[in-house]
Structure formats: C-alpha cells, structure tokens
Design a protein around this ligand. Structure first.
Ligand SMILES: [Zn+2]
Ligand SMILES: [Zn+2]
Length: 347
C-alpha cells in the first residue's frame, strides 16, 4: 500500500509499504478521508515528541473495513466506520482511577498512519473507540471524531451555562471546533486571532464578536482585571477563556482576560520544557482557575460521536480543501503559511 512517511520536519515522502493484515481481534480499514491537524502541523514544522520520525503519521480518519481478523465482533468487511486512534489500557494506575485520558500506555499504544491507503486498528481500540458511520454523515464529517473528542473532553468538567461569555484565543481548527461546540451550547463567544482571514471564518461560523489580539491588549487590557476598565457596561471579563494557540506568551496573557472566579482552559500544548509565569494575585485574590486538558476518554469519544451523528455542528465547514495522498506536502505548506484551517487528504 501507499503510505505517507514523515522523514523529518518539513519532509514528507510517499512510499510503498507492506499492507498490514489483521490478527485476532483487529480490523484493517481502507482510509476514505484523513484530516490534517494542529499536532501534525507542529510535527511538520519542528518535530513532535509523540510523532516518531521517520514514520507513518496522520491520526484523524474515517473509512471502510477492508478485512477483519478472527474473533472480531460487531464489524464486518464493507462496514463504514469512524474511529479515534487510541484507547486506554484499562489496567494501569490512572485507568484504575478512571482517568482514562491519562492512561500510562495510551500514548505508546496509539496508532498513527492515517495518511495512507490503509490503517490497522488493534483490538483494544476496536473494543472501545470504533463506531459505525451513519449514512447521514459524510466520511469527511466522520473524520472529525478525534479532534472533536479532544474538545469535548476539555469542556466536560465545566458545566457551561448559556448565560456565559467565552473567549477563544486562536482560530485554527481546534479553536473553531470550540466555537461550534460553544455555539451549540448557546454561549456568547468572542474569538481572537492575528489572521484576519481566520477571524472572517470565525464570524461566518457564528462567533458573536471577533477581534485582533492587539485590540484586547491595547484597548481593553491592562490594568487587571483587564476588561473591566475599558469594557462596556457591566462586562467584567470572560467567564471562560480557551487558549488554543499553544504559545507560552498567550498562555501567560490568557489569565488577563478572564473575570474573577473564571476559568482558563489551556488547550494548546506548548513545546516540551516550556515554562510560564503568572501573576499570583490574579490566581489567588481573583480565584482564577487554570485547567489543563489533554486527549479524551472513551466516554468523551461517545459524546463526540453522538454530537456528530446529530449533524448540527456543521464541522465540514472547517475543511479548506482536499488533496490526494501524494500531495500531502502541499496541504502542510499551505497550513504553515496560515492558509486554510484543515485539509482533507484523500487516498
Ligand atoms: Zn488531531
Ligand atoms: Zn491505562
């Protein structure tokens, strides 16, 4: 089969490799659509600790079951499926505490290689995180299961009410998925990003307000709490701030935008080893909560599946175009320039 190999940052090759055949409890999936993702982009730009190179890559996909191993129940050849690329071990110390997203093995046992003709899904993923694709969803929409699960996980513990006003920093694919989900919950949403074209997309997707970062910083901020001074009426700052850039300076600034007692959700992962500094007064006297969020549990995946099946989010609006497998590099070259949100790679 043909598979896309990331040789090193910036260099992708299409190679012929052996098509895997499914052992007991496994299925082989013919990829119909794979999506580019922020993590892939980071790997393409600078390398990534969880994407080994050289190696196959890509982890957001949907497809058709091409072959099944012995003992597989619930799936047969020809079934249209959607899935995520990992599942918890259910045995480690974190799994025992039901913190499945933090499973000690989940990152080592995840499967990469969606930018290819086929992908093999092992039994532990099949048992927990593979679903039948309903006919009302396109393969493109179905491939959103993985990123949407991440976003669902970040909001899971928040109990978001319709009366809140949230700020999303960064209008990339993850920021915009946050937007779609928050609008589905009936929340008022402001989106900030340095690219005008992304703000335009955010507006189209339903953002109530969009603004450039310098607008927040010069007009409304500081002194703290930032938006109180320059803000209009009784606006006291955002109830929630979703950091979706993965840049340390943005992590630091994000606490300036939240109201007293509010929560900052730190979604965008920074380069490993990065440190940040916070004003203790904001965290202590203003009772700001900082919440890190990583990956998802099988229950988040089920919620994301249900949300996609309901079909109201309109996730396909985040796809900026599609490329055949051999032109994957083109998609990443565009993403690196800030052109487009997410691309579909079609084998
Ligand atoms: Zn992803
Ligand atoms: Zn585990």
């Amino acid at each position: 089969m043909l598979a896309n190999i990331i040789v090193k940052p910036g260099k992708i090759e299409l190679r012929e490799i052996k098509t895997p055949s499914p052992s007991h409890g496994e299925i082989l999936v013919k990829i119909k659509v794979a999506l580019t993702c922020g993590t892939d982009l980071k790997a393409f730009k600078r390398g990534h600790p969880i994407i080994p190179m050289p190696g196959v890559w890509g982890h957001e996909f949907s497809g058709i079951v091409a072959d099944v191993g012995k003992g597989v129940k619930g799936f047969k050849k020809g079934d249209k499926i959607m899935a995520v690329h990992s599942a918890p071990c259910l045995e480690c110390r974190y799994c025992k505490k039901r913190l499945y997203n933090l499973c000690e093995k989940i990152m080592d046992t995840k499967v990469l290689g969606a930018f290819a003709e086929y992908i093999l899904l092992p039994s532990y993923i099949l048992r927990q995180n593979v679903f039948h694709k309903p006919e009302n969803l396109t393969f493109e929409e179905a491939a959103f299961l993985e990123p949407l699960s991440c976003v669902v996980h970040g909001m899971e513990s928040l109990d978001i009410k319709t009366s809140v006003h949230a700020l999303i920093i960064g209008a990339g694919s993850i920021g915009l998925l946050h937007l779609l989900l928050l609008k589905e919950k009936g929340v008022t949403v402001t989106v900030t990003d340095k690219h005008n074209n992304k703000l335009r997309i955010a507006k189209k997707l339903g953002a109530d307000f969009v603004l450039k970062p310098e607008k927040i910083e010069t007009k409304l901020i500081p002194p703290r709490p930032p938006l109180v001074k320059g803000g209009k009426g009784d606006f006291i700052g955002f109830d929630y701030v979703f950091e979706c850039t993965g840049m340390s300076e943005v992590w630091e600034k994000s606490v300036n935008y939240v109201r007293k007692g509010g929560t900052v959700i730190l979604f965008g992962g920074c380069k490993s080893g990065t440190t940040v500094t916070y004003d203790t007064g904001r965290l202590h006297y203003d009772e700001i909560s900082l919440k890190g969020t990583f990956h998802y549990t099988p229950s988040d995946v089920k919620k994301a599946y249900k949300l996609l099946c309901e079909g109201r989010l309109g996730v396909s609006r985040l796809i900026s175009g599609s490329y055949p497998l051999k032109q994957t590099q083109k998609a990443f070259n565009r993403l690196i320039k800030g052109v487009g949100i997410k691309y579909a790679i079609i084998p």
